[in-house]
Design a protein around this ligand. Sequence first.
Ligand code: NAD
Length: 357
Amino acid sequence: MTEGVFGRETGHEQVVHCQDPVTGLKAIIAVYSTALGPALGGTRFYPYAREEDALTDVLALSKGMAYKNALAGLDLGGGKAVIIGDPAKDKSEALLRAYGRFVQSLGGRYITACDVGTYVADMDVVARETKYVTGRSPDDGGAGDSSVLTAFGVFQGMRAAAGHRWGTTDLAGRRVGVSGVGKVGFILVGHLVDAGAHVVVTDVSGAAIDRVRAAHPGVEVVPDAETLVRTPLDVFAPCALGGALNDETVPVLATEIVCGAANNQLAHPGVEKQLVDRGILYAPDYLVNAGGVIQVSDELHGFDFARAKRKATAIFDTTKAVFALGDAEGVPPATAADRLAERRMSEVGRLRSILLP
Ligand SMILES: NC(=O)c1ccc[n+]([C@@H]2O[C@H](COP(=O)([O-])OP(=O)(O)OC[C@H]3O[C@@H](n4cnc5c(N)ncnc54)[C@H](O)[C@@H]3O)[C@@H](O)[C@H]2O)c1
């Protein structure tokens, strides 16, 4: 597609609007690229105020998945879907199954999974109508909760960043701040405590903090993210919402490395350069948080946790390669990551032009 809906130049291969008035389903499926394989990406169920906001989100998210999957070394392209509605009120078996039928109708060009507002149990329902779905329940042969390998991958990226900055991957004695100790942040704290790091956390949820305190009594707690970014740290790990690195936080960040799970950490283009100017090493978010997609994509071959974990371990080497390319080409790591992903999409994607008998 060269000219998008609303006249946008998006570069997407395919954007499909799906509607079923009886169940109330209104969804948009965006396939950014199938250069490396079927476009895998989750389904976001969110009460967008305007259809145009949903379209903007799905176009950006599907492009992001193409880059993430490419850099993770997966034979998968990038796509994403949004269902417009309030998941608490509008989600029903019939709506999810109607959605599943639209996914099936794309014949495997798009493979769905969980995202904000959708859960493993929802994917089990979607799977009753389509085989192009991952992130189902373990009882059903699914990969289950993807936060396990997401946190593990972030930890690998952090070790690689430590090696690049300090010449040792050992995080023992390092002060690591984790902003957001939900599904991923909580597991990440466990890896850090095991590695001997001094962990400082914050979360807007008292229950999330209580859970960390109960499991890891030695962890330090600060009241909010504003305090955490000003706290002297060796590593800052944003694990809550997007936009953690912005015009307010970057100037005051007191850390040497940023490496966390949150998607879209850079609030706007240019922040990656501000981080370089402040001497802060940024491990690109979509590189280090790819453990989750590695976990759910493994389900497509019959889920094997050990195999998926081995693949997620490779995030360590890819992070090193991204820093090395950034240094060699004189660009921030975020730009280097984009270049590596684009290179793989183009070099490996091109091979399909070799006709097989
Ligand atoms: N779960 C995965 O497999 C996965 C994969 C890739 C990326 N991510 C990204 O990682 C991040 C965390 O995902 P998750 O699955 O752990 O989500 P989650 O909802 O379980 O956890 C997020 C936590 O952040 C806290 N939080 C929200 N706003 C905050 C604020 N202003 N300050 C401090 N804490 C705040 C929430 O209370 C919650 O405990 C998200 O950005 C997500 O998109 C997750």
